[in-house]
Design a protein. Structure first.
Length: 478
């Protein structure tokens, strides 16, 4: 039988809280401080212009990543953990100093840009929770408001009245069992998931060096700050700036209303055998209905197609009106742009992908075939010309019904600050969850080739989604 949603079919080792865990949840702030690069750092001021790959993200909420870590070894106090995390964070900012700076948004026609000057710093919050880590790090439905309380907040750049907006904020929360979480909020216009992953791995490496009392730390992947490497033959930056300025006074607030206590987040698991089973089902369906198979049918396509169908069955069962349904996802630009971009490039280097299938088709008997064909076709198009139709990125993404965050290619579960590898990774969005369904993907912690899917829904719909998700996998396994 497929593993499906872990909290519905519990097995030994499943990440599920005890039924007795019912205490009212609370997070209290212990300390709020500023962390800057070390005082002896000789870092000259730096100004980074935004590229056409950065500007669309000014309209979206910041990236939010929540990392749960187990209780440190017995001889390690939580004070030691927080002290070393703060010290190593300062040393890491020596290498990633623009993240301690600000995004400056002067009035048009001046262009927004990133500025770091000596003395700039990031916000670091230390907090305590009155519950155990398993209460929030499992796969079961957890209130999204509780998860947000573990994350520092940053403004949406396009909606802030401040001319200087911080790029990064971090919160460390200690739980009653001495497990802890690290919440990272970063402006996507300054750092995509790849850059943020490099920052976190550098921070972890520095922390381990301090823990081992090593006198010298060697960082072998210095960030590449030169924005001239990003070519713009189609003048997309000029077009995006005009679209941004036109929306400054009319953009809707897509930030999440944290007062709604009926929205939950659950994690579902697809094993490699699950995704292969979905793939074989799609290919068999294509033969049955005399339809050409998808031009690209990877585990990513199989997983997204299956989730798309499950979500639509939950959201649209009572809606009879037909119309186009749009799914959007991020597409890596490092290997697609057609010119050399270093892997350690600092900034945003991803493109937008969007595929469409009519609602009536997605609710039909052969829905997964056409979902996979649309996704596969869009990925192939991006592989051939990632910038085709790029001038519509901003307006196209305003029409999304489902947005996919994260990538299973990022080795998130390898992160270790010296006291044990990360126990759970959550990629969280601040989008209005009533307007667009946001799902996140990351590699499985325990199963090689598996994929963890984070889903956010109203509680009653989450129950229905769970039944559809698990039931569909069970039917395919027959």
């Amino acid at each position: 039988m497929s593993s499906g949603a872990l909290y519905v079919l519990p097995k030994p080792g499943d990440r599920r809280p005890s039924p007795a865990m019912a205490a009212p949840f609370n997070v209290s702030i212990v300390e709020h401080c500023r962390v800057s690069p070390p005082p002896d750092s000789t870092i000259p001021p730096i100004t980074l212009p935004l590229t056409f790959l950065d500007i669309p993200w000014l309209l979206y909420p910041p990236n939010q990543t929540l990392l749960f870590f187990p209780k440190p070894p017995p001889k390690t106090t939580i004070t030691t953990v927080t002290t070393l995390l703060k010290q190593s964070l300062s040393l890491t900012l020596h290498h990633f100093h623009p993240l301690a700076g600000n995004l400056v948004s002067p009035p048009p026609p001046a262009e927004p840009h990133i500025v770091y000057t000596e003395g700039d710093s990031i916000s670091l919050t230390l907090a305590e929770s009155n519950t155990s880590i398993n209460h929030l790090s499992g796969d079961h439905p957890r209130l999204i408001t509780n998860l947000y309380s573990l994350l520092p907040q940053l403004p949406i750049i396009s909606m802030s009245r401040d001319t200087h907006v911080p790029l990064l904020a971090i919160q460390i929360t200690i739980f009653t069992d001495s497990g802890y979480s690290i919440g990272v909020t970063a402006q996507h216009a300054a750092a995509d998931e790849r850059t943020l992953d490099q920052f976190l791995k550098c921070w972890a490496s520095v922390c381990i060096s301090l823990l081992k009392k090593e006198s010298l730390f060697v960082f072998n992947s210095t960030p590449w700050f030169d924005r001239r490497i990003i070519l713009d033959p189609n003048l997309l930056k000029t077009r995006f700036l005009k679209q941004l300025w036109n929306r400054l006074n009319s953009t809707k607030d897509y930030s999440f209303e944290q007062t709604d206590h009926n929205i939950v987040r659950s994690t579902f698991l697809l094993t490699s055998s699950d995704m292969n089973m979905i793939k074989q089902h799609i290919l068999a369906k294509c033969k049955m209905i005399n339809e050409d198979p998808p031009v690209h049918l990877s585990p990513y396509v199989s997983a997204c197609s299956y989730i798309w169908i499950c979500l639509l069955k939950v959201q649209e069962t009572l809606e009879l009106k037909d119309g186009p349904m749009y799914l959007g996802f991020n597409a890596g630009g490092i290997t697609r742009l057609g010119f050399g971009v270093p892997a350690n490039y600092f900034g945003s280097c991803i493109a937008f992908g969007r595929c469409m299938v009519m609602k009536s088709v997605l609710l039909g008997e052969d829905a997964i075939v056409f979902a996979a064909k649309s996704l596969g076709k869009e990925i192939k198009r991006l592989d051939m010309d990632v910038l085709e139709g790029a001038d519509r990125w901003i307006c196209d993404w305003e029409e999304l019904n489902i947005r996919v965050l994260g990538s299973p290619k990022v080795d998130s579960y390898g992160l270790d600050f010296g006291w044990g590898k990360v126990q759970k990774v959550e990629k969280i969005s601040s989008d209005d969850h009533g307007r667009v369904n946001v799902i996140s993907l990351c590699e499985s912690r325990d199963l090689k080739g598996g994929m963890e899917i984070g889903v956010v829904l109203f509680r009653e719909k989450m129950s229905a989604f769970t039944s559809i998700f698990n039931g569909g996998l069970m039917e395919l396994a027959l």
